[in-house]
Every structure is written in C-alpha cells, then in structure tokens.
Design a protein around this ligand. Structure first.
Ligand SMILES: [Fe+2]
Length: 281
C-alpha cells in the first residue's frame, strides 16, 4: 500500500485504499505496523458501512460499547455516534466533546488502546481535530522537568470536565468534587511510560484529566501543567490539524496521542462514528 508520513512527529496516511484492500490480512497487518510506528493513521475517503468499521476495529482488538447507552448507534452498540444533528427533534448522538487537549480515557484504570473515527458527515471548514504526539511532547520537555517527573505518578480524574447535572445544583465546589470522585474514582498512572512498539518514552496525562501529581505541591503541579499546555498549544509545527473530508478513517493509539476537537460553525451538521477498541482478551 502507498503511504506517507503526515508530519515528522505524528501521523501516517495511506493512499488509494478501499475497504476490500484494507481488509486483506497482509494489508491490515501493514496498516497496524504503520499505526504503531506513527501513533495515528489516516485513510481519506474510505467508504465504510457500520459493519465494515466494526470488522476493521475487530482486527485491532475488541470494540467496547460506549458507556452511555443512548448515544450508541441504534443497531451497532460498538459505535458511539458523535453528532450535533437531530432526528425527529432528538439528538442522534453525543454533541461534540473533547474540545481540549487530552489522551482518551486517562481517568480510568485501563483505557482502551485505540480509538477509530469514521467521518460520516463532516464539514471541511470547521470541526477539525488537532493531534500531537505524547512522545514528541516528552522529548520537548525541559531537562529539569524530565528529571522532576521521572518515576512520578499522576492522579487521573474526570472531575474538571464533568458537567453539572440538575441533582448537583446547590453543591459547593468541595461537595461537587466528592460526588464526582464517588462516581468516577481517581486513578493512578505513571506520568512517563514507554511505548511497547517504538520503545520510546512518552508523557501520559493531560492537565484537564489530571488532578495532581503525587509528591508535587500545588505550585509545582500548576507549573508542570503550564509547561505541558505550552508544549501542546504554542508550537503549531508540532501539531497535525486533521481537516475532515467525507468518509475519512482516522485511527490513533490512545496512550501516545494527544488530541483536541475544534468547534463546529453554527448551523452546520457533523456526524462521526467512533469505536473504542480494547486489547483482545
Ligand atoms: Fe478524545
């Protein structure tokens, strides 16, 4: 298969591939190798039925149904519908989430290793997805910070991103935190991990999904978050912006890939099918 690196830091694109080509075992093995080497793989204009998307996902592992049942595809629970569109005045999926830099699901103990998106109805003018490599972010950390975080553990939490529900009204911030931590217990992850495929070190954890760093005081934690945010936001050369075109297939390794959604312009519909994939048992 024809392929090319998207940026020196992250991403590989495969060209002139149809589902039947990609589904061939030898080709899928090559796709997987490229994904493991480049953290993110893109095939543009790949027409896929939901069944075909799930069957490709099964080659990587086991698709995990989305936690919130009403946002699952009505016939294919493995697919989560990310959409701002409505049918019969009801939302057909979960409105755009993740408009901040994050690695997927680092607030749970065992995040599924792959995420696969298929662009079903995507505008090209907005709703882009930004990607950065957690290996590259680690490499660019100042030596002082590399030393300071070596062997440290981050406390992962979704509390900063939880939305206030009607039953939360009236709670103080401290009370809300207790409720959030009861529903989503904080988890511990090493801040620095080694990717099993490239054998390279990467930073694991994003400020929005990290509550604290064990052994750091509040000032050190904030200083560290500032460094990470500036590495993610201030150097556009190290970020790949995926401008969607219809039927794009985008797959990434959740551990080594930071990403952020950008807004969709008002009045424009956008629907993407997402499959989260855990390692095969
Ligand atoms: Fe995400």
């Amino acid at each position: 298969m024809k392929s090319a690196e998207i940026t020196p830091f992250i991403g590989v694109e495969l060209f002139d591939v149809a589902y039947e080509d990609l589904a061939r075992p030898g080709n899928f093995a090559e796709f997987t190798t490229l994904l493991h080497r480049h953290e993110l793989a893109v095939v543009r204009g790949l027409e896929l039925s939901p069944q075909q998307q799930i069957s490709l996902a099964r080659r990587l592992g086991e698709p995990v149904p989305f936690v919130i049942e009403r946002y699952r595809h009505p016939e294919f629970p493995e697919i989560m519908i990310s959409s701002n569109e409505t049918r019969n005045e009801k939302p057909i999926g979960v409105a755009r989430v993740g408009n901040f830099w994050h690695q997927d699901s680092t607030f749970i103990a065992d995040p599924p290793p792959y995420t696969m998106l298929h662009g079903v109805n995507v505008p090209s003018t907005s709703g882009h997805t930004l990607f950065a490599s957690a290996i590259d972010v680690y490499d660019r950390l100042p030596e002082l910070w590399k030393r300071k975080i070596e062997g440290r553990v981050g406390i992962g939490s979704v509390a900063k991103r939880l939305r206030i529900r009607p039953d939360h009204v009236g709670l103080s911030p401290a009370e809300f935190k207790v409720v959030a931590e009861t529903e989503h217990p904080p988890v511990r992850h090493p801040l620095v991990k080694v990717d099993p495929y490239t054998k390279r070190r990467y930073l694991y954890g994003s400020p929005e999904y990290l509550d604290s760093i064990l052994g750091f005081d509040a000032n050190e934690t904030e200083a560290f978050f500032g460094v990470v945010n500036s590495l993610l936001q201030d150097d556009a050369d190290h970020v790949y912006t995926h401008r969607w075109t219809p039927n794009d297939l985008v797959v990434w390794k959740t551990h080594t890939t930071y990403h952020a959604a950008t807004d969709v312009e008002p009045g424009v519909g956008r629907t993407v099918h997402r499959v989260s994939i855990k390692s095969a048992a």
